[in-house]
Design a protein around this ligand. Sequence first.
Ligand SMILES: C[S@@+](CC[C@H](N)C(=O)[O-])C[C@H]1O[C@@H](n2cnc3c(N)ncnc32)[C@H](O)[C@@H]1O
Length: 219
Amino acid sequence: MSEMWNSPDKFNREALLWDENPRRRSLALAVAKAIIASVNPAKTMRAMEFGCGTGLVTLEIAQLVRSVSAIDTSSEMLAVLSQKIQSSQRANIETTCVDLSQSPDFMTQHAKRFDLIYSSMTLHHVDDTAGFLNKISNLLSPGGLIALADLDHEDGSFHDDPLEKVHHGFDRTVLAIQLKAAGLENILFETIYTLEKVNSSGVSASYPVFLVTATRAMS
Ligand SMILES: C[S@@+](CC[C@H](N)C(=O)[O-])C[C@H]1O[C@@H](n2cnc3c(N)ncnc32)[C@H](O)[C@@H]1O
């Protein structure tokens, strides 16, 4: 049981078996397809994924862009991804174990560096959503794109551990206001997937997942 926001321990423990859950694999594939359809990744792009986990989404996107900086706070999730990078010889993915909300150095070194920043099911693990969106917006080049997939607002039954600190999904209107305040425009939401699972109350339930895309203003 965890009482902390972003406890790497939980994901470190889950890393080796992460990919064995077919629901995770099929969600990741749906997210990758939706990102590809929405932002049209190009071979010139430097991309970043935050909360990349074992790279289920990144391994799909990396084939289409110049490079991916794959970031996570769990060293064990990144260790699984590193093994996949080695065995697939995909040399354009670089892993970094860092929490962007706690790392001013990373922010300074990578300011305006990325043409595309994406993530899947990670934003709800970040305590200060508005502050975090500001940070990633500052990492985007002018005209750069974000594509974030996460849960729509839910009743709190999605996560099994009642003590785990997470957002219970997001209200799209509130998130759009935060994205705009972070200097992003052309904000578009679409429903890209519906997760079906037996929830923490033992009931089979549906949880819609959105993809929001937006563009960093040119100036
Ligand atoms: C629900 S998992 C999703 C993993 C992966 N995106 C996937 O779809 O399989 C959330 C991931 O975000 C990472 N994470 C949580 N908080 C983070 C933060 N503040 N910065 C970077 N990664 C974070 C966790 O370690 C975990 O790997």
